[in-house]
Design a protein around this ligand. Structure first.
Ligand code: ADP
Ligand code: MG
Length: 396
């Protein structure tokens, strides 16, 4: 499953913007306040809507008024539209999920929620799920494409007006597209790595397969790789040795009181260092390697400024690891301010954000003739950015 595009209307600083033709690895450059975090935040908002309801999702975000673009007419509402590709009944299809939120008598409502895609090669997209203010239908025999429209089974349903229909219906496999979209939103991951939370011994209870958003279960995930995926762990160690001088080995170590810590061995000394005492960059590089070597990648991974604390020369390889992760799993969205990171990217992987009259605009590098021409001639994205070819990207 791949997200093809995201269209936002009246969503915070995105008054009217589309991110189209999204590749496996999408990298976004933009000055402070141009909307990078806001864009990633769309998935967190959808997840909160899905797991709770729209009112609950709006609460920590300041309510409908704060989410609505400043200057927008509240009656227009907020729109989020995501197009994604997935296989249904043996054919890859472009599915559109659309959500239109409004406010009525001070309460948030789902004005319209729709999932649509084309059944055959021709014809207009068919609505497989269509709800307005809590009432609507979903098609439960989606796979029976050969039948005429009137033979498809519509299940009429009622949900609370501020609840997404995909919250409930998406739990059932017979609602194919709703189910897939629900899983994408539920399993997306934003990395909000905190070095100090990653350090230190942790209670060695249970098995953690995925690194948490803050990285505070690094020791447990490393142990899982060490014990259950030794080949992956060894690969990861090999990269670590190449990139961090002095690290010859890393070993998960269980203490006598049932705590788990990481021992970093420096080839020059006999005794290893425990994770509490190694450098920030060492912990961070190790955590990224653990994140990106996940045997079961997230369908969507968002990472902000991965370059922080890392030595610039290492960023090219890191970009390649993000790309490999994206090819193995779903998709990766990264924001960056690093020319070294950008230098190892391809033309169609780079987007930049700029503000115009207070609102965010999404620019695609490949739409820029000058940037495209330079790249075709062998230039690199980081240098082009530094030389000012990303029009409007620098603060005025
Ligand atoms: N409702 C809104 N309407 C318009 N702009 C908004 C709204 N809410 C927040 N903003 C603005 O959106 C901008 C985007 O911030 P953010 O996504 O954090 O930027 P970045 O991560 O690129 O630094 C901020 O400058 C903020 O003032
Ligand atoms: Mg930000």
């Amino acid at each position: 499953m791949r997200i093809e595009s995201i269209r936002l209307k009246n969503y915070k600083s995105f008054r009217n913007a589309t991110m189209a033709d999204m590749p496996d690895l999408c990298v976004i450059v933009g000055a402070n306040g141009t909307g990078k975090s806001t864009l990633f935040g769309v998935f967190g908002f959808l997840k909160d809507c899905l797991l709770h309801n729209v009112s609950r999702a709006l609460q920590p975000r300041g309510g409908f008024k704060e989410l609505l673009s400043r200057g927008a007419d509240p009656s227009e509402g907020i729109e989020i539209e995501i197009k994604f590709r997935m296989e249904i009944a043996g054919i890859e299809r472009l599915v559109t999920y659309g959500l239109h939120l409004g406010e009525e008598r001070g309460r948030p409502v789902v004005l319209h929620e729709v999932l649509r895609y084309k059944r055959g090669r021709y014809g207009s997209p068919f609505h497989f799920l269509d709800f307005r203010k809590g009432a609507g239908y979903a098609i439960s025999n989606e796979e029976d494409f050969n039948r005429p429209d009137e033979d498809l089974d519509r299940e009429e349903q009622k949900v609370s007006p501020d609840t997404l229909a995909i919250s409930g219906l998406g739990q059932f496999e017979r609602f194919k597209a709703a189910n897939a979209f629900r899983q994408l939103i539920e399993n997306w991951h934003v990395s909000d790595f905190h070095i100090n939370q990653a350090r230190g011994s942790k209670d060695a209870v249970g098995v953690d397969e995925h690194l948490s958003e803050t990285g505070d279960n690094l020791q447990l995930v490393a142990r899982n790789l060490y014990e259950n995926h030794r080949d992956i762990f060894n690969d990861l160690l090999e990269s670590m040795r190449r990139r961090v001088p002095g690290v010859s080995s890393v070993t998960p170590k269980l203490t006598e009181d049932g705590r788990l810590l990481l021992q970093f061995q420096d080839g020059a000394f006999k005794d290893p260092f425990i994770d509490r005492y190694v450098s920030d960059g060492t912990i961070k590089m190790f955590a990224y390697l653990v994140l990106l070597h996940d045997p079961r990648p997230h369908p969507l991974l968002c990472v902000e400024e991965p370059e922080n604390q890392l030595y610039p020369k290492l960023l090219g390889e890191l970009a390649e690891e993000f790309r490999e992760y994206a090819h193995r799993g779903g998709q990766v969205l990264v924001s960056t301010h690093s020319p070294d990171f950008l230098n190892s990217l391809e033309l169609d992987e780079v987007f930049w954000l700029r503000k115009r009259d207070g609102y965010s605009e999404i620019m695609r590098a490949k739409d820029d003739p000058q940037v495209s021409a330079y790249m075709a001639a062998g230039d690199q994205m980081g240098y082009l950015w530094k030389q000012g070819f990303f029009t409007g990207v620098d603060p005025q």
